[in-house]
Design a protein around this ligand. Structure first.
Ligand SMILES: [Zn+2]
Length: 457
């Protein structure tokens, strides 16, 4: 079955229940509701279900299907939002050991009344990642927490171990086929995304206007001529009265469309050019002899800002273009489906706005990303020189965590051997202090002797 088919509502059963005060509290709250499902899954895995009507075109190599077949089931993935996922899996959903994938430990701020837990020292943990959680090493902790009857001790154990007990999914499914609550409870998603997945289908929604049908406007001759031009018809065919609205739902932008309002800024494709506009109104025009109304947008555009060489001015880092702060006086008229996406205008400079185009297509970054590194004595560092391709190699002698600097001996390429590096200057005087900001990474290579280092090509 294709993904589109199997995620369709016809294939996905949606069951709901209304919790009442008689059900147990957390962490067992969901267990009574999950138990019947898990019993069914277990039975379906061990004995299977007898089916009489099934698609006859199913073929299994080397097997002759009969009237009645046994179908076995197994649960492969389980999804919910983060709190839901934690309730089903009996994970701690926040706090000191809040990650269900690794054994990350959070810390409180020193000398603070704030009780938030922070996961810091990212330089260090990027170099030395936290240990991953594995189900084999976690079962004991989960059982211990289950067995503990003293509430405060149980809470303290949960906080350090990251579990609130043993998940019913683990109890039933792990012994059967190794269902691993640490891996097979998929990524947390919102109810919205789960809903979207189950309703995914080829049907696309049409765009439409929102608002009362009573809001109409009579058109001046001038406006009718303009509309006729846009639609490529004669002015006589344009009705004298049209529906007006300040809200429209676009079809393909976002999940199930997105609503654009009067006063919002958008980018529209106008004659092949991406233009930044201020939404003024939407019109619905039903011309004679046409079945469906035509939806038009009325919006003035922001004049783009150009650089000295005549190209579109944009921000080097983000790629966001710049436009004048005030839109032009001319109202543009264009079909609603030209509207591509919303943007936010941000005051950049006097009379200039930066167009925050957060839904733009991903583009190549104009720079390489540098991860801040955790430096240790003995590391050979790549250090950024004055010019872009000017990379120096520094052998770390000491680290100053307060000043955030390192002391290094610089190494330069030997004049006799390519890729072989030796001390730039001998003696104590060769020691240099370098800011952490200039360190772009740990260089890869190997020591040939105490004084010679070979760079890995
Ligand atoms: Zn983690």
């Amino acid at each position: 079955m294709t993904k589109n088919d199997r995620n369709h509502v016809e294939e996905v059963y949606v069951v709901g229940f209304i919790p009442c005060y008689q059900v147990p509290n957390l962490p067992e709250a969901l267990d009574p509701f999950l138990q019947p499902l898990l019993q069914d899954i277990s039975r379906g895995f061990i004995d299977g279900f007898k089916v009489f009507s099934y698609p006859r075109e199913i073929e299994v190599e080397g097997y002759q299907t009969g009237e009645e077949e046994t179908v076995c089931v197994l649960l492969l993935c389980w999804t919910a939002d983060h709190p839901g996922q934690c309730e089903c899996g009996k994970f701690l959903n926040q706090g000191k050991s809040g990650c269900r994938r690794c054994k990350m430990v959070g810390k409180l701020l020193e000398n603070s009344t704030n009780t938030h837990v922070y996961y810091g020292e990212n330089r260090y943990h990027f170099r030395y990642p936290w240990e991953e959680r594995s189900i084999e090493s976690s079962v004991e902790d989960m059982f211990d927490i289950d067995r503990e009857t003293r509430v405060s001790i149980c809470k303290a154990m949960s906080s350090t171990k990251g579990f609130t007990g043993t998940s019913i999914l683990h109890i039933y499914l792990y012994p059967l086929y190794g269902f691993d609550i640490l891996k097979h409870l998929g990524f947390a998603s919102s109810a919205e995304i789960a809903h979207m997945q189950s309703e995914k289908g080829p049907q696309t929604r049409r765009q439409f206007l929102l608002g009362p049908v009573s809001k109409v406007k009579s058109l001046s001759l001038n406006e009718r001529v303009k509309i006729a031009d846009t639609l490529d018809i004669s002015a006589r065919e344009v009705p004298a009265v049209v529906f007006v609205s300040s809200k429209a739902s676009l079809s393909d932008v976002g999940y199930q469309g997105s609503v654009v309002y009067k006063g919002e800024n958008v980018i529209a494709d106008i004659n092949g050019h991406e233009t930044v506009l201020l939404i003024c109104n939407f019109l619905s025009i039903r011309c004679e002899g046409t079945e469906r109304a035509t939806l038009l947008t009325v919006a003035p555009s922001y004049p783009p800002l150009t650089t000295e060489d005549g190209s579109q001015a944009s921000d080097f880092w983000s790629g966001f273009i710049k436009v004048k702060a005030e839109p032009g006086s001319e109202q543009l008229l264009f079909p609603l489906d030209c509207v591509k996406r919303k943007v936010i205008l941000y005051n950049y400079d006097d009379g200039v706005n930066s167009v925050v185009d957060y839904q733009r297509q991903a583009r190549q970054l104009p720079y390489t990303i540098i991860f801040p590194v955790y430096i240790e004595c003995g590391d050979m560092l790549s250090i950024q020189g004055e010019h872009l391709h000017d990379i120096w190699f520094g052998h770390v002698q000491s680290i100053d965590h307060c000043q955030r600097t390192v002391d290094v001996f610089f190494f330069v390429e030997s004049s006799r051997h390519k890729n072989l590096y030796v001390r730039e200057t001998q003696g104590r005087h060769g020691r240099n202090t370098v800011s952490w900001h200039s360190v772009i990474g740990i260089a890869s290579g190997e020591w040939i002797s105490h004084t010679q280092w070979r760079k890995k090509e």
